[in-house]
Design a protein around this ligand. Structure first.
Ligand code: ZN
Length: 293
């Protein structure tokens, strides 16, 4: 349930001239959030613009490019890929060159691994606008990778990149602006949607990274997908995993098999979450793996 205060917060953010789906978070910090698609962060600094992901698809990347040109005459200097999946990285080519692309260790290999030319073909078949936006496409992967933590200093802006491990893709990065107390949480916060938990993802890792990010004490949390909010987004995700572990644990205590649990488990509190049964099943599998240890 969206509380009135939160709705007000989002509404006030939307009041500026960049077009639909752009939100102003703080001076010089914007987010492009189109429905439940992947978000793109825009950070203007006196030393150039830093982008956080390249938008869900190339038409979005072009809209973002135009908005940046409206905001500043500074070039887009750095582009951070917060994960390796194509809905965060396909538009890299729109910004690079000149932008240098940064990701956590393993990001370049991960993006190459997930790259699917058929997905691009399918998208291009959707509309003339999409085909046009793909003009000049090339797979652009990070030029720089970091381990654990990397600090960018652009003029008076400090931007910290924090490596997240085994929480979603094979190279995930949270972005933290300590002065502004704005956190781009990558996939740690699931906004009313079940994450797709691949076999290498563990609930322990997700919970420990949520704890690490909460300890930063952010004022604004921008998730990978969905509208920005407060630390409540991290709390809600943490609570979801607690409830999931509890319910799966009870079924296991009754001697139920994983397949039986997938059929029988009920999470009435999360009926309004999207993502479908297949995604929920990957969550049940992860809880089962965690509890079987
Ligand atoms: Zn993803």
């Amino acid at each position: 349930m969206v509380c009135a205060l939160f709705a007000l917060f989002v509404e006030s953010l939307a009041a500026q001239d960049l077009g639909p789906h752009f939100l102003k978070i703080k001076d010089g910090i914007y987010v492009y959030a189109r429905d439940a698609n992947s978000n793109c962060g825009i950070i203007v600094t006196p030393e150039g613009v830093v982008l956080i992901d390249s938008g869900p698809n190339p038409p979005d990347s072009l809209i973002i490019l135009k908005a940046v040109q409206q905001l500043t005459s500074q070039p887009i200097r750095l582009l951070i890929n917060t994960e390796t999946h194509n809905d965060h990285t396909t538009g890299n080519f729109v910004f690079s060159p000149p932008a240098m692309v940064i990701g956590a260790a393993g990001a370049a290999a991960g993006i190459k691994n997930y790259y699917d030319p058929k997905r691009n073909e399918k998208l291009m078949a959707e509309s003339g606008e999409m085909r046009e936006a793909f003009r000049g496409f090339r797979l652009v992967t990070p030029h720089v990778e970091f381990h654990d933590r990397m600090v960018l200093q652009l003029g008076d802006r400090t931007i910290e990149l924090l490596q997240l491990n085994n929480i979603h893709s094979d190279a995930d990065t949270a972005v933290w602006l300590p002065k502004e107390r704005v956190l781009f949480s990558a996939a740690t916060a699931a906004v009313k949607r079940f994450g797709f938990l691949r076999p290498f993802v563990t609930i322990e890792s997700i919970k420990s990274d949520i704890k690490k990010l909460k300890a930063l004490d952010p004022v604004v949390v921008v998730p990978a997908h969905g509208l920005p909010g407060t630390v409540q987004l991290l709390d809600e995700t943490d609570t979801f995993y607690d409830i999931l572990l509890d319910r799966v644990g009870k079924q296991m205590a009754q001697g139920k098999s994983l397949d039986e649990i997938k059929v029988e488990l009920r999470l009435p509190e999360y009926q309004n979450w999207s993502g479908g049964k297949e995604r929920l099943d990957t969550n049940i599998e992860a809880a089962y793996r965690a509890l079987r240890k």
